[in-house]
Design a binder for this molecule. Sequence first.
Ligand code: HEC
Ligand code: HEC
Length: 344
Amino acid sequence: MIEASAHHEAPEKSRPTRRRDPRFFILNSQFSILLLVLSACSGPPPAEAPAPAPQAPITGTQLEGYVRTYELAGPLVPASTTMASAWDIPANPLTDEALGESPDADLVRRGFRLFTETPDEAPRLTHNRLTCNNCHLNAGQRELSLPLVGVDAMFPEYNRRAGREFTLEDRIIGCFLRSENATAGSDTPDARTPEVVALAAYLRWLSRGHAKGENPSWRKRNRIADDKLIPVDQLDPVKGEAIYREKCQSCHGLDGQGVQIGDKRAGPLWGPDSWNDGAGAARTYTLAGIIRYAMPYLAPGSLTDEEAQHVAAFITSKPRPVYPFKDQDYRTEPVPPDAVYYKR
Ligand code: HEC
Ligand code: HEC
């Protein structure tokens, strides 16, 4: 059992963070060499893999002397930065001094660690190898990467898949059940589950100062524009596979299971360790919208709308864990055309 109550946890402020690990420096300075090695082991080298931008990999707030070499986009790490900024966390509860004063400080820190190390921190609810951070990059603080800063202001909100109002907790539970494949285990999270409570505390902390009902301008922008959507039956997984080999395989592997890079691991894109077939990322257009702006991680934004959709069609043509309650989804709204694992 995982204990998430703030009162039972020792203060964690002094606990060393992963970001102090010297491997980060190795990663940054030797990233291109590393990539060459990776691609040598796992297939054809990425033909024109761009050299990583000369950015420090870690956040300005964590290490003395570190200076961020780019402007933040509002509160977010800009979408134009590469994997070299993967450890930049603009608002980090482990180092934020103002947070120390607040009564739920330990809960917020616990939520942050759950978010960034989900399989280790929430093993009973995580039945794959994905952290929340795998999809919500920079701990939910990266532009065009499903950012979660300020989103609590929009909850409760109508959820089309469920056909009812969703609280923030409902949304987190949904990501556990589907993106983290919790349904493969025997524990079912609810709004009082300690892991859900702690994650909600972290996300509410990310929304401090955001007025209720005010839609953050960066929210839900990981979308392919309607007039650029290609009908699902015209998407070509074979074309998608060719794009995958050239632009994704060096980090995600020939088998799609992800390669370790420093202490980051590109996630499994299909198979038993990936998100299940009821997840948002199992919808072809939703996945294309993530990939289009966040990947490939050394040149995010470099794919066309069309390429992102073909590669997403390749990934959603693969087997993945089955979400057992798909028949209870879309009972009041039609099944969207890109929900390709659903019967219609
Ligand atoms: C496999 C990818 C993936 C993983 C892993 C994942 N999510 Fe998500 N998450 C999504 C997608 C896709 C959406 C929908 C975004 C949209 O509607 O534009 C989403 C939406 C959300 C939202 C609602 C955002 C909003 O603006 O309304 C929250 C909150 C959230 N996720 C939290 C989490 C938490 C907490 C975890 C870990 C327990 C997690 N997610 C893991 C893909 C993922
Ligand atoms: C330079 C390495 C690299 C390349 C190239 C790359 N990725 Fe990633 N990708 C990552 C890393 C690392 C993460 C996890 C980020 C994190 O946890 O901070 C990730 C995350 C993802 C995710 C979120 C879910 C998961 O399984 O981690 C998707 C989807 C994804 N990548 C798809 C792609 C696609 C498609 C391509 C090719 C167009 C691609 N990536 C190219 C490194 C890469």
